[in-house]
Design a protein around this ligand. Structure first.
Ligand code: 4AZ
Length: 245
């Protein structure tokens, strides 16, 4: 996160860290992406976060990744399901969404606490210009390698029309995504934040409106962050969860 502030304990309880290590490796798991807990056994993330031949785990309830915190829950990923129309081109990432099914013990996966809670899905479109929140452990203006402490920042929803202007992203942007940020630059998501939440207020609750997806570098003028448009995938989310009990 560029232009962010440290998150307080319990403020973003649906934020998870997605971590991988090569299958068969005895080394430590490494953070690669953010994700969002949407049900006890289900995490929503970006499609481009799913790598082949990796063991995957999800860490939740944690702000500082390198510290052992009593609030932390670590759960193995049983299955990763990437959207069937996920596609990466040199200029954009389309249908950038995936679901992770967590491994359960006695029918439970995540245990709801003060520090671990599910996020609600959105019910419809929100207005352009609305202020929303992004968070993650990704790169900052100080470090390409990301931060130990979870950071958050406020961003504004940018209209599809504005985002499709030639000086912004032109024809690369479609309706599976939207732009958010600050066109003057400075505040943005970045590498390592991918798959993590963009939440907005809707009907007096926080809803998961976007997932960090892509952008032309980070924090640059006229190059806002691009987010997966979660409202476009509500049927896919519901059908995928139902099909994998
Ligand atoms: C990335 O490389 C990435 N500024 C994520 C978000 C943004 C740019 C790049 C948005 O994963």
């Amino acid at each position: 996160i560029f232009g962010g502030l440290k998150v307080s304990p319990g403020a973003i309880p649906w934020q998870v860290s997605i971590q991988v290590k090569p299958k068969g490796s005895t080394g430590p798991f490494k953070h690669i992406c953010g994700g969002v807990l949407i049900q006890g056994c289900w995490v929503l993330t970006a499609g481009h976060c799913i790598q082949k031949n990796m063991n995957m785990q999800v860490v939740m309830g944690s702000l500082a990744l390198s510290n052992v915190e009593s609030s932390t829950q670590t759960i193995e990923v049983e299955r990763a399901i990437v959207h069937e129309n996920y596609r990466e081109t040199p200029t954009a990432v389309y249908n950038d969404i995936a679901l992770l099914k967590l491994r359960n013990t006695n029918g439970r996966c995540a245990n709801e606490t003060q520090f671990v809670k599910t996020a609600c899905l959105p019910e419809g479109q929100l207005p352009d210009g609305m202020e929303c929140k992004i968070s993650g452990w990704g790169a900052t203006e100080e470090s390409d390698y990301g931060t130990n402490h979870l950071l958050e920042a406020n961003v504004l929803l940018i209209s599809q029309e504005k985002c499709s202007e030639p000086v912004v992203y032109g024809r690369a942007v479609d309706n599976t995504m939207f732009c958010a940020g600050h066109l003057q630059g400075g505040v943005d998501s970045c590498q390592g934040d991918s798959g993590g939440p963009l939440t907005c207020q809707q009907n007096s609750t926080h809803v998961i409106y976007g997932l960090v997806s892509w952008g032309d570098q980070c924090g640059k003028k006229n190059k806002p962050g691009v987010y997966t448009r979660v409202t476009r995938f509500l049927d896919w989310i519901k059908a995928t969860i139902q099909a994998n009990p």
